[in-house]
Design a protein around this ligand. Structure first.
Ligand code: PLP
Length: 404
């Protein structure tokens, strides 16, 4: 069953972005075709969900070619795609992705968290590997349609959500190292529980890697490109063999990120003044949506809002500044390193229990709930915003229904 869903709210918008190419079609939600599956899957019990292992019934897909521009977008049953073996994505890694989530709150509404930031980042990532641009408002509207259609897959349990993986791949079907003028954009969905396992009230361990770097000045670490992740898989395996959960990535002794998450340290000035520090966006750091949210919420406590369980007498000072392993070691020795935590869409905020470096471990205070006070406050507040229980600066966006 293919149905065309015309909709006034989807009238093509000029959102201030450069057009794909003069004369070719833009990505256009008003031209969406929806084919609903005839054999809906049964939803597995939430306790059995492992990150990224279960896919929903449908996917969103659109293709780009230089002659026509973007095809009419389609939502259709989830399934394999067929590609020429010479495709640019296989040969030259012209692959871009995003990670975002849809949440259901107690009011039953489906929400996305700051999705405009994901759309803008995806457009920048695509541009970095010379893939065609797309209208970010159009893609967001299409994603909302997909999420509405898949809403039965979103577990209505705190901490559970529907993980969305928007992807663009280069499909130019010729060899030769050159920009891919053909592309395929698709979005798949996977119901997700707590990333490090249900009831993950444990702090993770990090192994600082002094031999391998994830990113470098002038490199691509600041973009969500698939090519950034393949080289991290072996060091990740090696960290696990040594008994650590994730790699702490360094560059010349400076902390950059942990695994595929941004890194924060909490350092005490005195009882009432704590610094919340994360490395600056110098091109080696992925500009995380969760990172930005943690900086903003920390900076707002207590002057503009108070975070859960933190006293109003405590002032958090958010800083984007260089953070070295020597800094961490020194603060730890002085008893001022209160917490370290890692952040990202998949994990939200996870506490760090120890950091292996130079054959010893920096051991951080243990917390029964798995997070130190700042990590816990940020985690709880962000989840409240995501589930629509706490309103903050329009971060939580209700998905428009198809007939709104
Ligand atoms: C995706 C990602 C993050 C987290 O970004 P969010 O937008 O918060 O999900 C951090 N670091 C790396 C390397 C990433 O790929």
């Amino acid at each position: 069953m293919a149905i065309q869903l015309p909709n006034p709210i989807d009238a093509p918008r000029v959102n201030g972005h450069a057009k794909s190419r003069p004369g070719v079609a833009e990505l256009d939600p008003s031209r969406l075709n929806v084919t609903v599956t005839q054999s809906p899957k049964s939803i597995p019990p939430v306790e059995t969900l492992k990150f990224g292992q279960t896919m929903t019934d449908h996917m969103l897909i659109a293709s780009y070619d230089p002659e026509h521009g973007w095809s009419d977008p389609e939502i259709k049953p989830y399934g394999p795609i067929c590609l020429d073996p010479a495709s640019s994505c296989f040969q030259y890694s012209t692959n871009v992705f995003e990670g975002m989530k849809a949440y259901v709150g107690p009011d039953g509404e489906v929400r996305l968290f700051r999705p405009d930031l994901n759309m803008a980042r995806m457009r920048r990532s695509a541009g970095r590997v010379a893939l065609p641009p797309f209208d970010t408002d159009a893609l967001l509207t299409l994603i909302q349609r997909l999420v509405q259609l898949e809403s039965r897959w979103i577990p209505n349990i705190q901490g559970y959500s529907l993980y969305l993986r928007p992807t663009i791949i280069g499909t130019r079907p010729n060899l030769g190292v050159t920009a891919s003028d053909h592309a395929l954009l698709y979005v798949i969905c996977s119901p997700a529980g707590p990333y490090f396992g249900a009831g993950s009230a444990r702090q993770i361990s990090l192994l600082a890697n002094v031999d391998v770097v994830r990113s470098w000045p002038g490199g691509t670490g600041g973009y969500k490109l698939a090519l950034n992740y393949a080289p991290t898989l072996k060091p990740q395996q090696s960290a696990e063999l040594q008994g650590y959960n994730q790699v702490l990535w360094l560059l010349d002794g400076k902390v950059t990120e942990a695994g595929a998450m941004n890194f924060f340290a909490v350092v005490k000035q005195d009882e009432n003044n704590w610094d919340v520090i994360t490395p600056p966006l110098d091109g080696t750091i992925l500009p995380g949506v969760t990172r930005d949210s943690c900086i903003a919420l920390s900076a707002a406590h207590p002057s503009r809002t108070t975070l859960p369980h933190l006293p109003e007498t405590l002032h958090l000072h958010a800083h984007e500044r260089t953070l070295t392993m020597s800094d961490l070691k020194q603060w730890h020795a002085e008893g001022r390193l209160l917490e370290a935590f890692t952040v990202g869409t998949a994990v939200v905020v996870t506490g760090v229990g120890r950091i292996g470096y130079d054959r010893t471990d920096i051991v951080l205070p243990e917390h029964a709930c798995g997070r130190g006070p700042v990590a816990r406050a940020l985690y709880e507040r962000i989840v409240e915003i995501q589930e629509g229980k706490f309103e903050w600066e329009g971060w939580s966006v209700v998905c428009k229904t198809a007939n709104a």
